[in-house]
Each structure stands twice: as C-alpha cells, then as structure tokens.
Write a protein that binds this ligand. Sequence first.
Ligand code: FAD
Length: 495
Amino acid sequence: MNQSNKKNICVIGSGFAGLSAATHLSNEGNNVYLLEKNSTNGGRARKFSSKGFTFDMGPSWYWMPDVIEKYFKTFGKEVHEYFDLIRLDPSYKVFFSKEDIIDIPASYEKVKELFEEHEEGSSKKLDMFLAQAKYKYDTGINNLVHKPSLSITEFFEYEILNGLFKMDIFKSMHSHIRKYFTNEKLIKLLEFPILFLGATSKTSPALYSLMNYADIKLGTWYPKGGMYKLVEAMVALAKEKGVKIYNNQEVVSFNYTNNSISHVLTTKSTFEADYVVCGADYNHIDQNVLEKKYRNYSTSYWSKRILAPSSLLFYVGLNKKLKNVKHHCLFFDKDFENHSKEIYEVPRWPSDPLFYASFSSKTDKGCAPKNCENMVLLIPIAPDIEDNKLIREKYFALIMARLEKLTRQPIKDSIIYKKSYCIRDFKKDYNSFKGNAYGLANTLFQTAIFNPSIKNKKLNNLFFCGQLTVPGPGVPPSIISGGVVAKEIKKKIKN
Ligand SMILES: Cc1cc2nc3c(=O)[nH]c(=O)nc-3n(C[C@H](O)[C@H](O)[C@H](O)COP(=O)(O)OP(=O)(O)OC[C@H]3O[C@@H](n4cnc5c(N)ncnc54)[C@H](O)[C@@H]3O)c2cc1C
C-alpha cells in the first residue's frame, strides 16, 4: 500500500471480532488503533485469577479448530506457535438423571456404537445425517459466513443456488433431526449444539446441523492454559502486525464531517479516523454513542430483535478433586422445552433450569492449586430480567443441590472461592444490550441479510462487526466477522 492510501482506522473493542478486524486492517498497512474500555483484552472471553484458581470468564468450548487455524495461516502463522491444543475425550458428559449418564466419545466409531445402543439402525442414519451436515459446514463455513450480507444478490452464485435445497434453510432443526431419529436422548444430544447459536431447534433453520458436524466430527478441543490462550495469541499477532492497543479507553462519542466520522473520542483521548470499525456491542454504539440522526436502527427495531440468552455464572474454587465429572458436563435432567419457554416466550427466571458445568482443572493442572478443582457453572437465562444477589444465591443453592445429587458427592462444604456474574455485570463490563451473553439468536430471520448490517447507512466510514451482526455469535463467527468487515474496508480504500 502506498503512503497516500494508508488510513487511520479506529477499531472499538478488543473482543475476538475487534482483534480480528484490527489485525487484518493493520496487515494491509493501515494505522490501526484498537480502543478498549476494559483494562484487559478479549471482551467476553477475558479471564481472571484468584486464590490460585484461574477462570475463563466466557467461552470454554473450543470448536471449529479449522476456522481458527485458517485465521492464523492468513498471517503466515500456525496455532501451535502460540498454544498447544488438546482434543478432549470424552468430548463432554451428559447427565440425563442420576442413573442415566452418557460420555460422548471423541472417536466417531464409538459415537456410532453409542447411537446404536440407544436406537437400532441409528448409526447408519447418523452417517447420512452427518454427510449432509458436512456439506452444509463446508459451504457455510467456507463460503456463506464470509459474505458481508449487504445484498441478497451476494447469494446468487451457481454453487449456492444449486445447493440451496441441500442447505435446508426453510426447514427447522426440530423437524430435521426427528426425520432421522426417534430416541429422545439422541434427539437431545443433537439439539444441544443449537444452544451455541442462542436459539431453539424449532426456530433454527436445519442449515445449522452443520454444528452437529462440528461437534461430532471436528471435536471439542482445549488450548492448554485455557481459552484465554487464544486471546493472548490474537493480541500478540495483532501487536506484531502493528496494531496499537489502548486499554481503559471507552469510546464515548464521535466528531462528524461530511457524513463521515472524523474523530473518535474516548474517556481519555481523541483519535483521528478515516474509518471506524465497531467491535463493541452494536446496539450500544448505535443507540448510545452515535448522534441520533446517524443511528442505523430505531429503538423499536432493537426491541424486536430476538436475543440469545444471557447467563448466570458462578466461578467456584474447591479444595478437593471431584469424582464423576469431566471437563465439560451438561445437566439435561430437566425439561428443556419449559426452560426455553422461560427464556424466549415468557421471559422470567427459570423454574427448573438446565445448566452446564466446566471443570478445566480436570484437563489442566495449572487452573487450580494442587488437589483442588476449578468449577464454572452456567445457567442460560432470559436477557434483561431482574438480577440481584438474592436471586443469584437462590439459583446457586438450587443447582448445587442438583450437582451434588447427580454426581453423588458432597461439594458445598469444599468451596473456598466463589464469584457470581450475571446480567448487571454483562451490562457494566461490556455495555451489553439487555445484558446478553451471546448476541442475537440465529433464527432464520436473524441470519445473513436479515441481521443488523455491517455498514452504517448514513455515515460513509462506519462499519460493525461482532456477535450482533453477521455471521453471528460464537468465537469462530466473531473472528470471521472481523475479517469480513476488513475486506469491505479494503475494497473501499482501493476504490
Ligand atoms: C458465558 C459465555 C460463554 C460462552 N461460551 C462460548 C463457547 O463455549 N464457545 C464459543 O464459541 N462461544 C462462546 N461464547 C460466545 C463468544 O464468547 C462470543 O460470541 C464472542 O466472544 C463475542 O466476541 P465479540 O468480539 O463480538 O464481542 P465481545 O467479546 O463482547 O467484545 C466487545 C468488546 O468491546 C468492548 N467495548 C464495549 N463498549 C465499548 C466502548 N464504548 N468503547 C470501547 N470498548 C468497548 C467490550 O469491553 C469488549 O471487550 C460465550 C459467551 C459467554 C458470555
């Protein structure tokens, strides 16, 4: 790039999307300033340590390793230069009841045996189901998710139109899975990955069986040292490529000239900008930071969006090792239909929630002191419901009682560290819209061109990335999202 084309670009927010956008744009030779409100980077994927325990605060499932490998390869790097990846086996453990517990093996052959044990003939059906899911994964992850989704015409490609039928866009995951399988437990297992998309199987297009391919075929991985290793790797790469990161700098307003942003104002400084990329929560910048006349969407548009759930989390340190648990444990011993109604249809605190527990010290000794265990508990909840200490404690007691019963051991008395995290914290720490944890639900009408646009319609130089725009929530999509926006800006700079 010649000097005249070298642009000043401000990227807001150092989550995966912001880090990815900043690194791509700096790699093109631009001056990139990454402005982050918090003192540490990684956004929802930050970590903290206390009393010898280390906790990943957000994501704990490392899925789609190919997407992350591809990201580093773009810059001539390999994942293993930054951290060691461990394939978890079993991938995870599912508690259907005290007596009914399943480990999901890493080996596909063993997964097939497990299916066959539950439903005769289902292993053959799984082959067929996953062959189709692979097609969706290959087309989706290598092609569709990289579309900026600014116009429907982007999707008028022979390959896409030809394969449209096979992509199952207009069929629900709910009916798709039931076409192949009848066993209730197998159905629950296949519906689980949809939770990552923040929607239910009834509202998710069957396109997302690609997540089953990611789960069963590509596997569940763990970066030794914790998920934060990925953040550290992306930060190191960003700096190597010349990105200047400014922490404790919350973006509070903009200066405008000729339908463009000319300066980005933070709590501490002012940055000149030829382009601005918002990797912070889209709604926050759109509704609270932009001048009203430049907003992309109205308040009523935002209030109609279906959000993925928020979460009530507990980061717990135990002074003993636990039995009968694995790195990832899903507690599916309650009715999911009811819980999902209380998230999406009649938002309220769940009467009998499903929950998830992670024990990364089962894989990684470094996460807890000797002979201790670290435990993260997560209950998916509706966004923007009342959040106070009393409610948090009520739910802690409720799931601890279930955890003790289902894993057949006393746990409460071994707690030596505990911290909760919920809606109020998401809002305070990340300016999160309604305290959401995972962005927008991936329903059909919140996919691709139906998502909030990556481009501001009124300002020539403002773009958005991250989990509230395309392609959607999750670590791999957020990384991809940064790349999609960087490509659009690159095109604009060239013209
Ligand atoms: C509890 C939890 C568990 C999850 N589990 C998984 C999982 O297992 N696997 C998976 O793939 N995904 C998971 N996810 C989802 C995944 O973590 C997110 O989709 C992804 O991290 C979002 O990245 P992002 O860059 O879009 O946003 P964020 O991570 O939210 O980054 C946005 C950044 O912008 C900053 N910011 C906000 N406002 C401003 C401002 N005004 N000025 C400057 N900076 C600002 C914020 O501080 C933040 O650092 C989980 C999320 C949560 C919360």
